[in-house]
Design a protein around this ligand. Structure first.
Ligand code: NDP
Ligand code: 8X3
Length: 252
């Protein structure tokens, strides 16, 4: 029987690449995102693949519940949920950052991920089968200037993923947190509110991770033997590493 994967944020970047990969591997897909035209384009580009699309804003709790409870029977038994929808907004210091940006990140990266998880998990538990894959970030592990709330949301994703594993220890359900570093997608364009020049500079002179790299990892973690759980995958491009602690020194 064909396996079913639900991918949030399937209209761009990692989610789109995951959709491509799992379609090629013979899975049936549920793809979600706010940009319906892109979902339709994806469907048109994958003739013969069973795809159910949901125009969905993960921040809308009622819409998430409705979308999941209204899934057609063919797509009802979800084997893998990829909680990928997410974003960073801004890179300003906490003293001047936009509070609306902070709320949007919290509503999407934390609350949206929770709404999706809470809607889908009971079915997985009932079937005693499933895998939840969350998109965390290195930003949840290491601080950087301006990473304030974005990093905070991804630290939440890390700890929530671990806590899910403890709640589900008596089940066969798996939970994985994937924590990428520098990766080129629409991420920085979104972060800088559509400033493509500034977004380009983020990747200038680097060889960043690509959405295909992340899709390969997502596919790999779903395909290890059923008794194996990949808890966390932290992944950076070779050109990236961690920095030293910052120390502010007073002038003598
Ligand atoms: P992109 O901007 O390329 O894609 C983000 C996706 O999230 C889009 O499909 C977008 O769809 C969707 N999305 C955003 N907000 C919502 C919402 N409210 N409801 C539904 N869907 C939403 O970014 P990436 O592919 O790079 O990022 C994917 C995930 O990976 C994010 O969680 C991000 O934080 C994380 N990540 C990214 C890294 C990077 O450097 N690129 C590194 C580490 C982690 P639409 O606009 O159509 O709704
Ligand atoms: C995305 C990676 O370093 O821009 O989560 O926060 S970073």
């Amino acid at each position: 029987m064909q396996k079913t994967i639900l991918i949030t944020g399937a209209t761009a970047g990692f989610g789109l690449a995951c959709g491509d990969r799992f379609a090629r591997e013979g899975w049936q897909l549920i793809i979600a995102g706010r940009r319906g035209k892109r979902l339709e384009k994806f469907k048109a580009a994958h003739p013969g693949v069973p795809i159910y699309s949901m125009v969905l804003d993960v921040r809308d709790r009622a819409a998430v519940e409705q979308a999941v409870s209204g899934l057609p029977a063919q797509f009802g038994a979800i084997d893998v949920l990829v909680n990928n929808a997410g974003l960073a907004l801004g890179l300003a210091g906490a003293q001047e950052a936009d509070l609306d940006d902070w709320e949007t990140m919290i509503d999407t990266n934390i609350k949206g991920l929770l709404y999706m998880t809470r809607a889908i998990l009971p079915g997985m538990v009932q079937r005693n089968q499933g895998h939840i894959i969350n998109l965390g970030s290195v930003a949840g592990n290491y601080p950087y200037p301006g990473g304030n709330v974005y990093g905070g949301t991804k630290a939440f994703v890390k700890q929530f993923s671990r806590n899910l594993l403890t709640d589900l220890v008596e089940t066969a359900i798996r939970v994985t947190n994937i924590e990428p570093g520098l990766s080129e997608s629409e991420f920085s364009i979104v972060r800088f509110h559509g400033d493509t020049d500034r977004a380009k500079q983020v990747y200038q002179g680097t060889r960043p991770l690509t959405p295909v790299d992340i899709a390969d990892i997502v596919y790999w973690v779903t395909n290890v033997p059923p008794h194996v759980n990949i808890n966390t995958v932290e992944v950076m491009p070779v050109c990236q590493s961690c920095g030293p602690f910052l120390i502010h020194r007073e002038e003598e």
